[in-house]
Ligand binder design. Structure first.
Ligand SMILES: [Zn+2]
Length: 412
């Protein structure tokens, strides 16, 4: 059989040459790839226009697959793929930086060599930081209507133009540039210390190892963004990158490791497990996971309680996380989560998250787990802080107390 013959020739010849060639005959029907995909979401590629039914007897030959980082301009892919039934005519390369989201670009086929290529060029809108992981595969079709997917490959969007220090731990992978050498090990240690707190609060650990990409140099931090949307930004955390990116100057490395990164990883958990629509609720929750505080948050809120300036939280939008009083949302929100977990344990955190994850509204979820009305919950929290049990009925007016140390955007 002609197909079989070519199959054998390619296998023997190429394997002898480079030892990295695999030959895969498509086995099942085209809608069930025989190779594992990196994440459930990647399978959502089935949303693409349905390919004609593949002939399971077609032999597909896969040679070398390459990924090239062209940081900061983007990255490109090539693959040696051929079908026994006809030339490759169409396809895409599909990649994800973290489970749950994916991107793709169409392939081009070199008319002379048959080499399959694809590329992603970074733009302002979709730029990604260096050192995100890239799990990718090719999904191609031949002229006879057969389709084929390669096995997932893993690469990183490397920045080889700088001296980065990489530290890989069980809970996080840290990339540091122009920072003291202990920032990596310190961040790994901080994450290890919080491991059981994250697990208890969320029920399980993140389904991927998050990345902390830490810059000690603003020019380098701005470079990958092409045209930075906010040149004053000090960091971004994105679940679709599975990463937090931070820039520090004059570096308090301890706070970066034990404060900022733990806070930002809290946001990655929020994205993974639930949706929290209210600012103070989100930021207070992320702040709850900091092991190093920028100042004593609870003390500040207790002073507000003593002064009679503690605002209501479970009616309206609650305290702001922006502007002059932007720390209010973080600090007051923190005390809510501190009180909540002191009262109901990390299990109470998880129960609340589970309900939110099911789509239950925030107030209803709080009432369900606590067994109290929202008004009673607010009252208990206020009493815990030493405030009068009755929340203010008016919209809180801007407060004038002194904010120690922090600027509103010190954590995001
Ligand atoms: Zn935050």
């Amino acid at each position: 059989m002609n197909t079989r013959f070519r199959f054998m020739v390619v296998f023997v010849g190429a394997a002898a040459l480079v030892g990295m060639v695999s030959v895969i005959a498509a086995q099942a029907q085209g809608d069930e790839p025989s190779t594992p995909t990196p994440a459930p979401s990647v399978r959502e590629e089935a949303d693409a226009p349905a390919a004609p039914q593949s002939d399971p007897n077609v032999a597909w030959t896969v040679g070398e697959i390459t990924f090239t980082s062209n940081f900061p301009a983007g990255f490109s892919f090539t693959a040696e793929i051929s079908s026994g039934a006809g030339p490759i005519e169409r396809g895409r390369v599909i990649w994800s930086h973290a489970p749950g989201t994916q991107r793709s670009r169409p392939i081009e086929v070199d008319a002379d060599t048959g080499l399959v290529r694809s590329a992603w060029d970074a733009t302002d809108a979709d730029a990604v930081p260096p050192w995100v992981g890239v799990t990718y595969y090719f999904d191609v079709g031949d002229a006879a209507g057969n389709s084929f997917q390669t096995e997932p490959q893993f690469a990183e969007y490397e920045d080889t133009s700088r001296e980065w220090v990489r530290t890989e731990g069980e809970d996080i992978i840290v990339f540091a540039y122009n920072l003291p050498p202990d920032v990596g090990p310190m961040t790994v240690e901080a994450m290890a210390q919080q491991r059981e707190t994250y697990r208890g609060a969320w029920g399980e650990l993140l389904p991927y190892t998050p990345r902390a990409i830490l810059f000690g140099d603003r020019a380098a931090y701005l470079e990958w963004q092409i045209t930075p949307a906010n040149p004053r930004s000090i960091g971004t955390t994105r679940s679709d990158w599975g990463s937090t990116v931070q820039v520090v100057s004059g570096g308090n490395v301890y706070d970066l490791a034990y404060g900022t990164v733990l806070h930002e990883v809290g946001h990655l958990y929020q994205s993974e497990y639930t949706i929290m629509a209210v600012d103070w609720f989100n930021e207070g929750n992320a702040t709850f996971f900091e092991l190093n505080q920028q100042y004593d948050y609870e003390r500040r809120v207790r002073l507000m309680a003593a002064n009679g300036t503690l605002p209501t939280i479970l009616q309206g939008t609650g305290p702001s996380i922006r502007g002059q009083n932007g720390r209010d949302g973080y600090d007051i929100g923190y005390t809510f989560w501190k009180w909540w977990t002191d009262t109901y344990g990390l299990e109470g955190h998880r129960e609340l998250i589970d309900l939110l994850d099911l789509g239950v509204g925030r107030i209803e979820a709080i009432e369900t787990v606590s067994g109290m009305s929202a008004a009673q919950v607010e009252q208990e929290w206020r009493i815990w802080l030493g405030a009068s049990p009755i929340p203010p009925t008016l919209i809180p007016t801007p407060t004038t107390y002194f904010v120690p140390i922090a600027t509103p955007d010190l954590r995001q």
